[in-house]
Ligand binder design. Structure first.
Ligand code: FES
Length: 173
């Protein structure tokens, strides 16, 4: 009787331990898997068909703000070669698409439509409408992320032809 009771208790204990082990394995697997947000964050497709000239759109890619600014024909006509080299051309329209973080200490600059520039409130840095720093302390232009133009969209996180050309021309350095 005692023997069979022990046997029964052993089975119960074994079953409980088994469930516990499966649970622990499941928990471990869950912690190895990337979070859903990380999985989805690798690539971001931005549809540019709704973009309005000189209106800043702010998107998100890999947890960072992305500035999308469609330039007016007047803005494009007045640009220097250095500014034009940073333009992303989609269906004949020129865009600034950059990571919207100040290259000084990472604040998010504000776009000033009337002045066609960005102002960083943290320490007064400024950038032109191509994301190039025009007033210290930012040491460099806002960063253009890897992109691939597909029809009327850009896929961020993918290195397309135009991005590679910018890289080769030293525009991204
Ligand atoms: S963080 Fe932008 S000027 Fe300092």
């Amino acid at each position: 009787m005692e023997q069979s009771r022990r046997g029964f208790m052993g089975k119960v204990f074994g079953a409980v331990a088994g469930v516990g082990a499966v649970g622990a394995l499941y928990a471990m697997k869950k912690s190895w898997d990337p979070l859903p947000s990380v999985k989805a964050a690798g690539f971001t497709t931005i549809d540019l068909s709704a973009a309005e000239p000189n209106k800043l759109m702010v998107e998100k890619w890999r947890g960072k703000p992305i500035f999308v600014l469609k330039k007016t024909p007047e803005m494009v006509a007045k640009q220097s070669a250095e500014q034009t080299a940073r333009d992303i051309v989609v269906n004949g329209d020129s865009f600034l698409i950059c990571i919207g973080l100040c290259t000084h200490l990472g604040c998010i600059p504000a776009y000033r439509e009337a002045k066609l520039d960005f102002k960083c409130a943290c320490h007064g840095g400024e950038f032109d409408s191509s994301g190039i720093e025009t007033k210290a302390p930012p040491p460099s232009p806002m960063v253009i992320p890897p992109f691939n133009v597909k029809g009327n969209t850009v896929v961020l996180g993918e290195e397309g032809e135009a991005y590679r050309k910018m890289k080769e021309a030293g525009v991204l350095a």
